[in-house]
Design a protein around this ligand. Structure first.
Ligand SMILES: Nc1ncnc2c1ncn2[C@@H]1O[C@H](COP(=O)(O)OP(=O)(O)O)[C@@H](O)[C@H]1O
Ligand SMILES: O=C(O)C1=C[C@@H](OP(=O)(O)O)[C@@H](O)[C@H](O)C1
Ligand SMILES: [Mg+2]
Length: 177
């Protein structure tokens, strides 16, 4: 891989902003490896995200996320799509910034609603009133997202456009290091 040895790129942000879809395409464009933290955790746990939440609880899922960040992925050459709650735990924001270039994707609640509706991978939104849940959770998480990553908006922009924006940000960050 051409991007081997280069600082990792971490994509963070709320559920449905496009971290997984953008990350996969970004990795291809940058010739880097792609890892989705949710996928990696499912491999370690041997079960789906919704089963982990149901059988072991959210706290166990957060522990698996921490293990993934601390020791569960390569130190360089990887585009990591993080689960939406991953940077929110104590200490994770600083850890991610130390490990690589962190980019935070944003989208309006209506966009998030449209992109996440009916997906079993997001038990936190599997509630009677998902709009309300999105608004509450977003308000809680936004300050952490803002202080952790370089912001990129995705409303009304296709995946390719978001990818090329991040590519430019990453090259600029490498020059500044
Ligand atoms: N910029 C975009 N424009 C349109 N659809 C998008 C965009 N980014 C992501 N999507 C779609 O929205 C859904 C959620 O994206 P996903 O990458 O799973 O989000 P996340 O990993 O942030 O939760 C997917 O169906 C994806 O293809
Ligand atoms: O925001 C969250 O707490 C979560 C986001 C999900 O990932 P995506 O952000 O990729 O949807 C997944 O990790 C889990 O359902 C919890
Ligand atoms: Mg994802």
């Amino acid at each position: 891989m051409q991007g081997k040895g280069q600082p990792n790129i971490y994509l963070i942000g709320f559920m449905g902003v496009g971290k997984s879809a953008v990350g996969r395409n970004l990795a291809r464009a940058m010739r880097m490896q792609f890892i989705d933290s949710d996928w990696a955790i499912e491999q370690v746990a041997g079960k789906s995200i919704s089963k982990i939440f149901k059988e072991d609880g959210e706290a166990r899922f957060r522990e698996l996320e921490r293990e993934f960040v601390e020791t569960g992925h390569p130190e360089t050459g990887v585009v990591v799509a993080c689960g939406g709650g991953l940077p929110v735990q104590p200490g994770m924001s600083d850890l991610l910034k130390q490990k690589g270039v962190v980019v935070c994707l944003f989208a309006r609640p209506e966009t998030i609603m449209a992109r996440t509706i009916g997906n079993p991978k997001r038990p936190l939104l599997n509630v009677e009133n998902p709009e309300e849940r999105i608004t509450e959770l977003m308000a809680e998480r936004e300050p952490i997202y803002m202080k952790t990553g370089i912001g990129v908006t995705t409303d009304g922009r296709g995946i390719a456009e978001v990818v090329s924006n991040i590519t430019r940000i990453y090259r600029r960050e490498l020059r500044l290091r």
